[in-house]
Ligand binder design. Sequence first.
Ligand SMILES: N[C@@H](CCC(=O)N[C@@H](CS)C(=O)NCC(=O)O)C(=O)O
Length: 216
Amino acid sequence: MFKLYDYFRSSACYRVRIALNLKELPYEQISVHLTKDGGHQLQAHYKSINPQQLVPALLLIDSNQVITQSLAIIEYLEETFPAVPLLPSEVVARANVRAFAQVIACDIHPINNLRVLKYLKHHFHVSDEQKMAWYFNWLTKGFDTLEKLLEKQHIGPYCFGEAPTLADVCLIPQVYNALRFDYSLEHYPYIRKIHAHANNHPAFIKALPENQPDSE
Ligand SMILES: N[C@@H](CCC(=O)N[C@@H](CS)C(=O)NCC(=O)O)C(=O)O
C-alpha cells in the first residue's frame, strides 16, 4: 500500500513511522542514507521523488503519488484512515494538539536539521562545541515551551489524554534526538513522564531508530 522513503535516525521519518504503526498500516521502507556518499537524499534519483531532498516521502503505491512533509503525510493518514484518530474531535483541542506538534516540527526541528548544522560548519566554520551550543539553545527554547503547555493542558498519560495524538507522535522523536546528544531532561518532568509511558507502546517501540532495518 505504502513505500516510505525513510532513514532510521531521521526524527521526521520517526514521526511517520509512529503514525503508520498506530494506525496499523503496513509499509515498505526504502532507506535513504543521509550521510553515506555525501547523503543519498542529494542524489538525482531521490530529488525526482522529493525535490526538497529531505526525508520522509510517502509513495502511495496504488496511485503512484508521492506525499512529502511529515505533518502533511500524517494529516493525509488521519483523513484517509480515521479509525485510530491522532487528533481530538473537539476543535479547540485539535488546534492545541497541532500547536504543540508545530512547536517541534516548525520551530525546533528545522533549525537543528542536518543541512543547517552542515551549513554552520562549512560556511561559518563553527566548532563542534559551538554547533552543539546552537543545537541545545533551540532545543531548550522549544522544550521550555512544551513543558509549559503541558503544565497548562496535560491530561495524561499521553500529552493530551488516554491515547497518543499528533503531539506524542512529534514529541517522542524529538526527545530521542535530545537524549542521543546527552541533553538533560531534568527540568522537564512532564516530558520525561510522557516519554517513558509512550515508549512502552508497541507502535512507538516498532518505530524506534534502533528497530529499523537500516539501523547501524
Ligand atoms: N519539515 C520536514 C523536515 C524533513 C527533514 O528535515 N528531514 C531531515 C531528516 S529528519 C532530512 O532529510 N535531512 C537531510 C538534510 O538535512 O540534508 C518534514 O517534517 O518532513
